[in-house]
Design a protein around this ligand. Structure first.
Ligand code: ATP
Ligand code: MG
Length: 426
């Protein structure tokens, strides 16, 4: 029996990989404009990092991690998300000591979660994320949100909805927590076992439960919005003011709590309103995590960030029928009629490539007609046929496929000629 890719993983083949490349280019360009610099961290980390950095009560830590014992008996985990690793690195490399704060970082790379695979939910998926660490200016919250929105816009998505909320500071959250416990405790036995644990450990996360979301107590639960203290309210108002300054539309959803334990103040999600999406419409999630750097052993350094998967971005493009990543057509296809012509053709390829012109030939000994067809399939702009006559004269016809026009040229003139034509076109 042949071996298949593991469940929840997949291959990105030519035809698709061009789309990925285009998105990666857009990410690099956008991060340059916003001045976020790339960070690359290991794909696996000590398990404890995620237990502390993502939070013991989250689905990720409780159910989704790929954790293994290495040969030295360490417990390691394939990273399920990026923030914990970035913050670990920020602390370990003392980036808090850099003169320019906040430190603005971005990453792209594979993440691993043991989930039930479906469209937009894979076991290995690629996240693009940014983290701005070392500032609690509400303007940076708006900047981070706008960067995410801008990426979606720049690839051509239109049906986007930004949802924001404030989780408040510690004081506000404590007051809200008490109210939540009072609300759910009397009837907690009607809830799933996860929610029963959450009631003690982190009652806010009950609101994020996918099992019990239709329980009547959910709709009447005390809203965080009513428990924000003055400072938290003012912070939230400033974030909204800066978003308005950037002309970014948003809706406030007081029930948006997000899955991770460490969030406070700003929380946001970007959803797709495109038709055809199944249950999963969230493209991007993010928020503020003041206190996380301290939890992981660093000095006070408030942070904010987001993460989005490229898989869901691609899904949104599909739903909105936006085409990206057209593959570049071949420029020159060289056809050799015999062995000595093949040597000439082979050296011509080198010439073209050295001049920045894409070039290809046949490597399977096909007849002229089959080679012509192949040139056609590859969308070659030019075809050159080299046979006995051409070898004798040192010249061959450079045929432009779009017009059918042919120009006789010395082999040595070909690359230069195409290069000149290309500059004329530009
Ligand atoms: P969900 O509620 O859909 O499980 P989440 O809260 O687990 O999302 P985050 O941990 O906030 O998601 O991750 C941020 C983003 O990463 C999501 O908005 C989504 O774009 C993407 N993402 C998360 N899990 C997966 C996955 N298994 N496959 C593909 N993309 C994913
Ligand atoms: Mg999830």
């Amino acid at each position: 029996m042949s071996i298949q890719a593991p469940r929840g993983t997949y291959d990105i083949l030519p035809g698709q990989s061009e789309k990925w490349q285009e998105i990666e280019q857009k990410i690099n360009e956008l991060c340059r404009l916003y001045q976020y610099k790339e960070i690359r961290t290991p794909v696996f980390e000590h398990t404890e990092l995620f237990q502390r950095g993502v939070g013991d009560t989250t689905d990720i830590v409780q159910k989704e991690m790929y954790t293994f014992q290495d040969r030295g008996n360490r417990s390691l985990t394939l990273r399920p998300e990026g923030t914990a690793s970035v913050v670990r690195s920020f602390v370990e490399n003392k980036l808090f000591g850099l003169p320019d704060q906040p430190v603005k970082l971005f990453y792209t790379g594979p993440m691993f979660r043991y989930e039930r695979p479906q469209a937009g939910r894979m076991r290995q998926f690629v996240q693009f994320g940014v983290e701005a660490i070392g500032s609690k200016d509400p303007a940076i919250d708006a900047e981070v949100i706008s960067l995410a929105m801008e990426l979606y816009r720049s690839v051509g998505l239109k049906r986007l909805r930004l949802v924001i909320n404030s989780l408040g500071d510690t004081e506000s959250r404590l007051a809200h927590k008490e109210a939540l416990v009072a609300h759910f405790a009397p009837r907690i036995d009607e809830f799933c076992s996860d929610c029963q644990t959450r009631l003690e450990k982190n009652p806010l996360r009950i609101l994020d439960c996918k099992v019990d979301r239709d329980h009547p107590l959910m709709a009447t639960a005390p809203s965080l919005a009513d428990y924000l203290n003055e400072e938290s309210q003012a912070y939230f108002d400033d974030v909204k003011m800066y978003l308005e300054e950037l002309d970014i539309d948003y809706v406030v959803d007081p029930n948006l709590v997000r899955g991770l334990d460490y969030y406070n103040h700003t929380a946001f999600e970007i959803m797709s309103d495109a038709e055809g999406f199944g249950a999963i419409t969230t493209l991007c999630g993010g928020g503020r995590y003041n206190g996380l750097v301290e939890d992981l052993g660093g000095p006070e350094s408030p942070g904010i960030g987001f993460a989005m998967s490229i898989e869901r971005l691609l899904l949104a493009l599909e739903m909105e029928k936006v085409e990206i990543g057209k593959s570049q057509n071949l420029e020159v296809y060289v056809i050799a009629m015999d062995e000595s012509a093949k040597k000439q053709a082979f050296s011509l390829l080198k010439d073209f490539r050295a001049n920045g012109i894409s070039a290809d030939m046949d490597y399977t000994g096909r007849k002229l007609k089959a080679q012509m067809k192949s040139a056609d399939r590859k969308g070659a702009s030019y075809v050159i046929v080299i046979g006995e006559t051409e070898m004798a004269s040192g010249k061959a016809g450079l045929k432009e496929m779009a017009t059918g026009e042919q120009q006789e040229l010395l082999f040595s003139e070909m690359a230069e000629t195409i290069k000149n034509r290309k500059t004329l076109e530009e």
